[in-house]
Design a protein around this ligand. Structure first.
Ligand code: SF4
Length: 384
């Protein structure tokens, strides 16, 4: 486990404390997404997703190179994933998928979704494989309700698709020395040997096509892609490009990472409307203790978890600016602000519930029957 700065910790398996995102840029050696890059995205696809405009996705590796290639008629493909763990999928898990959905639509590209149904077990975050399997079905059902292109998306579970992954994983694993893996991931004496091998598997989907992979994910996943970029060209493939996000905070404060282990600070996709309402109405705010004081002094949106959630789920920029300035001026009361957020969050959940009517069909398409899925069940890694 690695610690950075004033007691915060970020690895692919641990995020603790108040994360300093500036320090992470320097520590991981990744670049900030600039206004110039956002301008390029807008010129290419006519739009910029709010998560990019608002620097939720704030850093990258070679995304500019992927844009260069796309501008000159080349293609890239998208790769993302989710490792099922304890508890159902929550809004922190949804953020990269909602952004990936936009990227797929905007650039009209293939998408590979890995469901590593061994990772959390090997990391000793869940007690049994059976518990993981119970979660996998939920995860797949929700992903299939997010509206990915059924012919351009392939979703696979590692343990089901392993015969196709294994040749490539062996070729990748041979090129990763243990000393490098230990330094990059912080493996310790009590790390399972399965987890030491696991990074080779997570790298394999970057080799599904000869074009460049673009990986939207949270910044804690960066160690995998650093290793991929060290070895990809040596085996005839392109270095992965990444778009890296900050963590979605819980409803109990503006910093840190939403976690299923604190269920009241988290909205699960499976929460019923009354539970969602209770959690949002109990969220931490930076408002004043009384209505009179709020009107007189205003609140502080910069340190308010409700405002952080608005910046994710209130898509209209002007409305977001109004929330900020009305809060500061004391024109907005926390109760009303939370009700506005509730409407946004319910909107996201309603869309998923509505789409779940077709989830079974969609899931079949993206796992087995769509164009890309059909092709991938014949895929074999090419190696010398
Ligand atoms: Fe937070 Fe909204 Fe209250 Fe301002 S009005 S402190 S943004 S909940």
């Amino acid at each position: 486990m690695k610690a950075f700065g004033n007691g915060f910790v970020v690895t692919p398996w641990e995020v603790e404390g108040e994360v300093d995102y500036e320090k992470l840029l320097a520590y991981f050696g990744v670049d900030r997404i600039t206004d110039e890059m956002l301008g390029r995205v807008e010129r290419l696809v006519g739009d910029v997703h709010p998560f990019l405009r608002r620097q939720i996705f704030y850093a990258h590796r070679d995304f500019n190179v992927a844009l260069d290639e796309y501008s000159s008629g080349g293609r890239f493909f998208l790769y993302t994933g989710i490792a099922p763990s304890k508890g159902p999928m929550h809004f922190g898990h949804l953020v990269p998928f909602l952004f990936t959905r936009w990227l797929q639509k905007a650039f009209n590209v293939n998408l590979y979704i890995m469901v590593p149904d061994e990772e959390k077990y090997l990391a000793k975050k869940v007690d049994s494989l059976r518990a993981v399997d119970e979660r996998v079905a939920d995860v797949e059902r929700i992903i299939s309700a997010l509206g990915f292109d059924p012919d351009r998306t392939f979703l696979f579970r590692d343990r089901e698709y392993i015969a196709h992954l294994y040749d490539a994983a062996v070729v990748v694993a041979r090129r990763i020395n243990y000393s490098v893996a230990r330094a990059v991931f912080g493996f310790r004496g009590d790390t399972s040997i399965g987890l030491v091998f696991y990074p080779a598997l997570q790298i394999v989907p970057t080799l599904f096509e000869r074009s460049r992979s673009v990986i939207p994910c949270a910044i804690d996943q960066d160690p995998y892609w650093r290793i991929q970029r060290d070895i990809a060209e040596k085996i005839g493939y392109k270095k992965a490009s990444t778009i890296l996000s900050k963590f979605m905070p819980g409803l109990d404060g503006p910093s840190g990472k939403m976690s299923a282990s604190k269920p009241d600070s988290t909205i699960f996709v499976t929460d019923d409307p009354e539970t969602v309402r209770r959690k949002i109405m109990n969220a931490y705010t930076s408002g004043q203790p009384t209505v009179a004081e709020q009107r007189e002094k205003g609140g502080n949106p910069d340190t308010c978890s409700v405002y952080k959630w608005h910046s994710l789920f209130t898509p209209d920029d002007e409305e977001l600016v109004d929330i900020f300035s009305d809060c500061r001026a004391g024109n907005l009361l926390c109760g009303d602000c939370k009700l506005r957020l509730l409407k946004r969050v319910q909107g996201v959940l309603d869309e998923i519930r509505e789409n779940q009517k077709n989830a079974e069909r969609n899931l079949k398409m993206i796992k087995y029957e769509g164009e890309l899925a059909t092709r991938m069940w014949d895929w074999k890694f090419e190696y010398d």
